[in-house]
Design a protein around this ligand. Sequence first.
Ligand code: 6PG
Length: 258
Amino acid sequence: MDSPLSVVVYPDAESAKAGAAEEIASVLRSAASVRGQATIALAGGRTPEGCYRKLAQRHDFAECWDRVKVFWGDERCVSTDAPSSNYRMAKRSLIDEMTGSPAGIYPMLPFEARQRGDFERAAERYAETLRDEITERVNGIPSLDLAILGIGVDGHTASLFPGDPLIGHDKQWVRLVEAPQEYSPRHRLTLTLPLLSSARVVCFLVTGREKRDVVAEVLRCIRSRSTGTYTKQAAPRYPAAGVFARERLIFVLDAACS
Ligand code: 6PG
């Protein structure tokens, strides 16, 4: 049995971002109350920023913030004050808007790693961080409570792009990748499908007419999957279609892309 899939469509992007914020707060509150901590990997890009701002306004989220550990699903290999930094976007739209501190904040590219420019080592160090800071395991892989993901028009998710030769048989949890040349910056760190698919809940947040076709194809692939686990499937044409979840796979969409 594949991951239980739910697709929620909102009239517009703003209500979709509010709906995703509600889902995030609900999953993390539940995890924090059951296990005393809640772990989340944040998505980058443009779409989630509005969702994070709405999340920061939610009282039900504020109540569990001190038990939340914040990770990232991917990060561009830039400084944390660069406009393209996913860390910077989440810090400004969520972390700095919250009262008090979370249980932990784990950027993919801390200062010393960036200074050294040794991004391969940074990927290894992040895998060690996931191992040390996430107590839940699935087949030896750290299991996040929640992973937030977006989808690019080419079907990429996190920084896993179509044509990536390791997709479908990744053994690493975190990788340095070089994005296709139309993406800048090209060097990024990304969580891999085995790690993402070990999450209890995965929530895709996607909006915009330009993504309608890719969302339809990704959902078609997911609905046609016969297996319930990542390891038993061939490399999907679209990396987003290769994501599983242990408990729930949620697509939060606006009407324009559904
Ligand atoms: C990134 C994201 C990436 C993003 C998609 C969609 O670092 O860019 O992790 O996977 O989710 O590219 O981006 P938009 O939300 O900007 O359309």
